[in-house]
Write a protein that binds this ligand. Structure first.
Ligand code: ADP
Ligand code: MG
Length: 316
């Protein structure tokens, strides 16, 4: 099969029929038409075999996870997803691998209403990178740095599910349902647009709750007090066990949202989350004093030694 046949067979069907796409897959570049009065938000996330996904991960999970991790970033900006570009590098162009990958990718793109408008295909170590473009009303993007002391800190979903499922994979478990939080996460990106105008800071959790919350705090120049007993731990994890607690606080691979908001937004935010079927938990508040502090029943508890995953740092 030639490269063109490969793209026509597997990826052209992900193009959709959105009228905003003037020119999709097939030319030297894509041409899309943004709406008047909208800002565009660009994000890009890569999956590299052996780093973000383990050797031997199912191809469908590659496709599904690739879309999910990018939707997670757009959600954290409050944008609705529109167009995507796919850069794919594979050691061999195996048709059954490609079919399953494109199925997972296409399913998730369709669900989100995203048109695949182009990409690049090359031979090399297995990796897949998606550039995802979203849109929102002008100047309404959610950013990281606006929090004030006393603001509530919220997280969506549960913490530790991704890390727990990663541990199961490493132990040899291969049941799709058990591995889904790790291999094919389902980020609550639809909540993002509903947060516009209501948050003072927003970020998606991917490297670890504390590490990502730390980025919010840095941007705001503030600290936070976090109540361990309020944390929504994944089923199977017990916050009384230190290893479980650390997995939830710093394990990474949870694709959830973390954001801050003024106290008067608590109720409207809960109502929006309920409407969208997203679990939302208030886990603490911002403080003038910098740094992160954990409390259990009013007693301060030490932070984990590592707050999350840092790709630039090598494992010790
Ligand atoms: P060029 O050489 O001009 O960069 P290519 O021959 O690489 O173009 O690709 C031909 C067309 O197919 C382009 O429109 C490109 O965007 C698209 N394309 C290539 N690889 C992919 C892919 N993996 N998924 C989606 N579209 C792709
Ligand atoms: Mg060209």
């Amino acid at each position: 099969m030639s490269e063109f046949e490969l793209i026509a067979r597997h990826f052209a069907p992900c193009g959709g029929d959105d009228p905003s796409v003037r020119l999709g897959i097939g030319d030297d570049g894509a041409v899309v038409v943004p709406s008047d009065g909208e800002d565009l938000v660009f994000t890009c996330d890569a999956l590299v075999e052996g780093i973000h996904l383990p050797m031997g991960a199912p191809p469908e999970a590659w496709g599904r996870r690739l879309v999910a991790v990018n939707l997670s970033d757009l959600g954290a900006m409050g944008a609705g997803p529109r167009w995507a570009l796919l850069a794919l590098t594979l050691p061999e162009f195996d048709d059954s691998w490609l079919s399953a990958f494109a199925r997972g990718l296409g399913e998730r793109l369709r669900e989100a209403g995203v048109a695949l408008v182009g990409g690049n295909t090359a031979r090399g170590p297995r990796s897949a990178t998606l550039t995802l473009v979203g849109s929102l009303p002008a100047r309404s993007a959610l950013t990281r740095g606006g929090g004030r002391s006393g603001d509530s800190v919220f997280v969506t979903g549960v913490l530790g599910a991704g890390g727990y499922a990663r541990r199961l994979w490493n132990q040899g478990v291969r049941e799709r349902a058990l591995l889904a939080p790790y291999l094919e996460p389902n980020p609550p990106w639809r909540l993002g647009p509903a947060l516009r105008g209501r948050t003072t800071g927003a970020i998606d959790i991917s490297d670890g709750f504390l590490a990502d919350l730390g980025h919010l705090l840095e941007a705001a120049g503030l600290g936070a007090d976090i109540d361990i007993e309020a944390l929504p731990l994944a089923p199977g994890l017990d916050s009384a066990r230190r290893a479980d607690l650390d997995l939830a606080l710093a394990g990474g691979d949870d694709y959830e949202l973390c954001f801050t908001a003024r106290a008067e937004e608590d109720e409207p935010l809960r109502a929006e989350a309920l409407r969208l079927g997203v679990r939302l938990t208030r886990v603490g508040s911002l403080t003038e004093a910098p740094g992160l502090r954990l409390f259990r029943g009013g007693e301060e508890v030490p932070l984990p030694k590592i707050l999350g995953h840092d790709h630039a740092r090598r494992a010790p």
